[in-house]
Design a protein around this ligand. Structure first.
Ligand SMILES: Nc1ncnc2c1ncn2[C@@H]1O[C@H](COP(=O)(O)OP(=O)(O)OP(=O)(O)O)[C@@H](O)[C@H]1O
Ligand SMILES: [Mg+2]
Length: 152
């Protein structure tokens, strides 16, 4: 597990709140590490307690999917965002795993191919403000999700 801070532009919203952090997630215990990293960053940016909890929970779910639904895991990138009227965080979960053949099904509450509750992806969509998922069978899956908090 490595933390590799790197500099990157994020749609013009490059952050003064901190540089992106990449968490490699290949083993089960990395899920907790990713969650902790997200919680620490969300707190530092200034998210309130409930939103911090939503962000940390979303990262846990996405990291869990990397571990349980791919052979080699993937990465979670945590990107602090800053707008004139809001602070935010972008979470990017990426893998080169098997991909998701039926996205509508995967986004349904209760659908799981792994004996789980099937509440991870729909839960993340509910907890966060923006949610985009792209997946190609045999190529991999990329999820980009953001949470904002007004600073006015
Ligand atoms: N990164 C991924 N790569 C391939 N398939 C995925 C990935 N993430 C999710 N899936 C597929 O989408 C389904 C739904 O995911 P979701 O997180 O909602 O439920 P789950 O992981 O099965 O159970 P839970 O998260 O509630 O423990 C999974 O069962 C799996 O088939
Ligand atoms: Mg899941």
């Amino acid at each position: 597990m490595t933390y590799n801070p790197r500099t990157r532009n994020n749609r013009g919203a490059r952050s003064k709140a901190g540089e992106p952090v990449i968490v490699r997630v290949t083993k089960e215990h990395h899920i907790a590490l990713a969650r902790q990293a997200a919680q620490a960053i969300a707190r530092r940016i200034g998210f309130k307690q409930a939103a911090t909890y939503y962000i940390a929970t979303s990262v846990s779910e996405l990291a869990g999917n990397l571990v349980f639904h791919t052979d080699r895991g993937g990465s979670i990138t945590l990107i602090p965002l800053e707008r004139s009227d809001a602070i935010g965080i972008e979470i990017v979960a990426e893998d080169e795993g098997p991909g998701i053949p039926d996205m509508d099904l995967a986004m349904q509450d209760g659908f799981s191919t792994g004996g789980g509750l099937g509440s991870g992806l729909p839960g993340v969509k509910r907890l966060m403000d923006e949610f985009e998922i792209t997946s190609t069978p045999g190529v991999g899956t990329r999820i980009v999700t953001r949470k904002w908090q007004s600073c006015r």
